[in-house]
Design a protein around this ligand. Structure first.
Ligand SMILES: Nc1ncnc2c1ncn2[C@@H]1O[C@H](COP(=O)(O)OP(=O)(O)OP(=O)(O)O)[C@@H](O)[C@H]1O
Ligand SMILES: [Mg+2]
Length: 247
């Protein structure tokens, strides 16, 4: 089957820094793939190439078999590449529901130019409430975002990402900085994302990786060092050395 995402010898340099250096990987549709690796391994840069925030220096990116290497970010988003929004990009003074409604609205704009329905606002509200319900934030709908806890903000980020109806969802450290209970909560929400959505997540917490990932890719100095099932990666001595900074 055509992979959801495939990269072929993907590279991105910043001056002399080879942040991503010939990384090739294939993520089958529906998979939960974790990308791990020490700080500076190139994980976020790799994501930024996938979304189109950054142009690769060389190599190719295929989305369900279509070459999107040179496609701008907004077009990839339209083809179904979703990511968590940094919460700083949302409207802190608006309510939770208003923010999700805006995200829903953003993705349906085209549809509405064709069918101008008087019901469109209530449709938007319904869909936004549905997304909030899925992440367990429906009861917080009328709270301004500024007043949410850190864990709740992460839940909102997921709702915002899902509002765009992605086919491939990229999550950059979704549990970073969370207390254990919140981390557990966010992991469960990710586990509940329908299999129709391919999920690629960057994650440092091995217990989250073990609980969620079908397969793990270890990135080291911009290269794919190893791919495999979570149990194999966890027990790998070389991977441990890399994390301890000995290689
Ligand atoms: N915009 C940029 N300009 C210059 N150098 C950059 C830029 N973005 C990343 N880098 C460099 O590229 C390398 C990889 O960075 P990247 O942020 O992709 O790593 P990471 O694996 O996400 O690390 P972390 O686990 O700390 O988030 C680092 O050496 C970083 O300093
Ligand atoms: Mg990073």
């Amino acid at each position: 089957m055509t992979p959801a995402i495939e990269t072929v010898a993907l590279s991105r340099s910043f001056g002399g820094v080879h942040a991503v250096d010939g990384a090739s990987l294939r993520v089958p549709a529906g998979q939960r793939r974790a990308i791990i690796g020490p700080n500076g391994a190139g994980k976020t840069t790799f994501f930024n190439c996938l979304t189109g925030v950054l142009r690769p220096t060389s190599g190719r990116i295929l989305l369900f078999g279509a070459d999107v290497t040179r496609m701008p970010e907004y077009r990839r988003a339209r083809l179904g590449v979703g990511r968590t929004y940094q919460i700083s990009n949302v409207f802190l003074g608006l309510t939770v529901l208003e923010n999700v409604a805006l995200a829903v609205h953003g993705t349906s704009r085209l549809k509405w130019m064709v069918h101008r329905s008087v019901d469109r606002l209530s449709d938007t509200r319904e869909q936004a409430l549905g997304e909030l319900d899925k992440v367990g934030l429906a009861h917080r709908r009328d709270v301004v975002v500024r007043a949410l806890s850190y864990g709740e903000r992460r839940q909102l980020e997921l709702a915002l990402a899902m509002a765009s109806r992605p086919r491939v969802l990229l999550l950059d450290e979704p549990t970073a900085g969370l207390a254990p209970a919140e981390r557990q909560r966010v992991s469960e929400l990710i586990a509940d994302i329908p299999r129709a959505v391919t999920v690629i997540l960057i994650e440092h917490d091995m217990s989250v990786v073990m609980g969620l990932a079908d397969e793990v890719t270890v990135l080291h100095r911009g290269k794919v060092m190893l791919d495999g099932p979570p149990e194999v990666i966890q027990g790998n001595a070389e991977v441990r050395e890399v994390y301890l900074g000995r290689r």
